[in-house]
Design a protein around this ligand. Sequence first.
Ligand SMILES: NC(=O)c1ccc[n+]([C@@H]2O[C@H](COP(=O)([O-])OP(=O)(O)OC[C@H]3O[C@@H](n4cnc5c(N)ncnc54)[C@H](OP(=O)(O)O)[C@@H]3O)[C@@H](O)[C@H]2O)c1
Length: 346
Amino acid sequence: MLKVGICGGSGYTGSELVRILLSHPGVRITVITSERSRGRRVGSLFPHFTGLTGLSYESLIPEKIVKKADFFFMALPHAASQEAVSFFYKSGKHVCDLSADYRLKDPRVYETWYGVRHEHRTVLKRSVYGLPELYRSRIRRARLVANPGCFPTGAILGIYPLAKKGIVDPDSFVIDSKSGTSGAGRKADSSLSFCEVNESFRAYAIATHRHTPEIEQEVSRVAGKPVMVDFTPHLLPVNRGILSTVYARLTGKYTTEELLTLYSKTFGKEPFVRVLDEGRFPDIRNVRGSNFCDVGLKVNERTGTVIVVTAIDNLVKGASGQAVQNMNIMMGFEETSGLNHTPALP
Ligand SMILES: NC(=O)c1ccc[n+]([C@@H]2O[C@H](COP(=O)([O-])OP(=O)(O)OC[C@H]3O[C@@H](n4cnc5c(N)ncnc54)[C@H](OP(=O)(O)O)[C@@H]3O)[C@@H](O)[C@H]2O)c1
């Protein structure tokens, strides 16, 4: 049994890690942290875990907990993760960081968008971007994986076949995404209270969202040249789910059928990407609670634009499910272990 630690286990992604790992046949959670809930039982903070785990929260003191686990999931806000990730990595542990601290390879880009200095640049150089559909073989050899952001996961998977094949103008990507409120985490925030979100729908962080440079980093790698994108997130009055609509200008004449064939070939062997038949498009409720990314597309032959739609559960393929997928690859488990959840309807 692999001994696993969850740092930041009182938040949404941390509790989702608990949910997934409790049904993983090869791991045992041996330590879980929270500052505000230290000493409390996990089942008392999250009653849906009652009777399923006897774990209690403890403080994140890396020197104290390092010996308790061999693999650490870090589910902390950005900047809070940097130091502990570096400590665990240097102690010889395997680490999957769900924050943004080790995703951007250029520390100057991180510092510009996140407003904090990167203090662990040598460790940053060792991190692998954890999108299995693009980097599976590198993840297999990695000891530090930077789990992708929720919006970038849906956006990059939607763009990848087009950018790799080079059949769109790489400067024409427009990404329009809508997320449920769990994307902002469990912490109190009055702008996310029920009355502020219910029956409302708004865009936010227009042209300034911190996931923009992450999408650009990965699309540039695939396209083989620097790429900039327009990315606008919106807040949906639902708990979970991200629907992303990506627009790009085709450089030649292609039909919807031809592009669906390209996507099916690209993702055909992927256990968690489902390319939908012509005329069908993703819906966030069809992936809820699962690690799937659903993809649909249509060519607008009148304008020469391809419109790709993806749907993920932000807490599963957009965070904790993908983190477990990465752990499975890093530690030699079956890639789908613990992740065979059928989406929950309604
Ligand atoms: N929510 C999503 O859909 C999503 C998707 C992808 C990635 N992410 C990323 O995953 C990370 C966690 O997100 P989340 O949504 O789970 O956040 P969250 O619900 O706000 O939970 C944050 C966790 O971090 C702990 N924490 C906060 N500040 C800390 C500090 N200075 N030292 C130690 N522990 C601290 C909190 O513990 P206390 O009990 O002490 O407050 C809590 O357990 C973030 O970096 C986020 O950007 C989130």
